[in-house]
Design a binder for this molecule. Structure first.
Ligand code: G3H
Ligand code: 13P
Ligand code: ZN
Length: 290
């Protein structure tokens, strides 16, 4: 298949109470792990790349990174019969515009740090560009912190205000809304409980599909409840990186003579594929692309 606009699948998930998995990739093997897992589970899935992944892939030049990823994503989608979307995760204004021009089928503008009104006006403008070429648009209200191993102040996290979420969704015309309910990016253990009362309050005022960021640190019980209450796209990054890197560490520790990258990267790819498959099943997406 060609790369798909994932919105019909997300809306289908919203109707039926499951969620589409959105999986972050930083390397070719991580993309392949997602593709192989989606194929094995006969599920729609989203391959997504963050700003830092693009900078890495483009050796410091994120536009070059977008070009690489657009080409890889196209080939990845054409290699399987299940619907795959290529998503820009936490993009800047220029990355969103470039990603749309290069054939990404979904984009997220991260207006973190902008004043609310400015975030609305920029998101609305980018959403108009995305919709003019059939690209799905995500944006965020509130903050899911990205501490990157540093300490953060849990009490200072800006959780999503339901009335602001409703105003933002209405004013911008976005397709999906990322909300902050206490999750944090990059956690290596499932230690977070979500503010599910807040999710219910948001759901009362916002009808578009909701997105969970930072799922690696959230308890599976709360993810499950969150899906039943309205999360239709779940982002997973750190859990994948843990599986990928963990097994490679083991392989290299076991064989100090190993130098052929294919012999350890294949182990990382397989380990990550199993985690993606497990997440797809957990989100209820398995078999949905049959
Ligand atoms: O939200 C983004 C993902 O957690 C990956 O982020 O590529 O900046 O580590 P990163
Ligand atoms: P984790 O790293 O916690 O899985 O978060 C992923 C994410 O939200 C990507 O946007
Ligand atoms: Zn995120």
């Amino acid at each position: 298949m060609t790369l798909q606009n994932v919105l019909p699948w997300i809306l289908c998930a919203q109707q039926a109470g499951w969620a589409v998995g959105a999986f972050n990739a930083n390397t070719l093997e991580q993309v392949q792990a997602i593709v192989l897992a989606a194929q094995a589970e006969e599920a729609p899935a989203i391959i997504q790349v963050s700003h830092r992944a693009l900078t890495y892939i483009g050796s410091g030049n994120e536009i070059r990174g977008l070009q690489y990823v657009a080409a890889i994503g196209r080939i990845a989608a054409e290699s399987v019969a299940v619907p795959l979307a290529l998503h820009l995760d936490h993009g800047t204004e220029s990355e969103v515009l470039q990603a749309i021009a290069l054939g990404f089928t979904s984009v997220m503008f991260d207006g973190d740090g902008l004043a609310f009104e400015e975030n609305i006006s920029l998101t609305k403008r980018l959403c108009g560009v995305a919709h003019s070429v059939g690209v799905c648009m995500e944006a965020e209200v509130g903050e899911v912190p990205k501490p990157d191993g540093q300490a953060y102040d849990e009490a200072a996290i800006a959780l999503t205000q339901p009335d602001e979420a409703a105003q933002f969704a209405e004013a911008t015309g976005i397709d999906t809304l990322a909300v902050a309910l206490g999750s944090v990016h990059g956690l290596k253990t499932k230690q977070i409980s979500l503010d599910l009362d807040r999710l219910a309050a948001i759901r009362n005022q916002v009808s578009i599909p909701l997105v969970l960021h930072g799922s690696s640190g959230v308890s599976d019980n709360d993810i499950k409840q969150g899906i039943a209450m309205g999360f239709c796209k779940i982002n997973v990054a750190t859990q994948l990186a843990q599986a990928f890197t963990g097994v490679i560490r083991d392989v290299l520790n076991r064989d100090g003579d190993l130098v052929d990258p294919r012999k350890y990267l294949v182990a990382g790819r397989n380990a990550q594929m199993e985690v993606v498959r497990e997440r797809i099943r957990f989100f209820g997406a398995s078999g949905k692309a049959k």
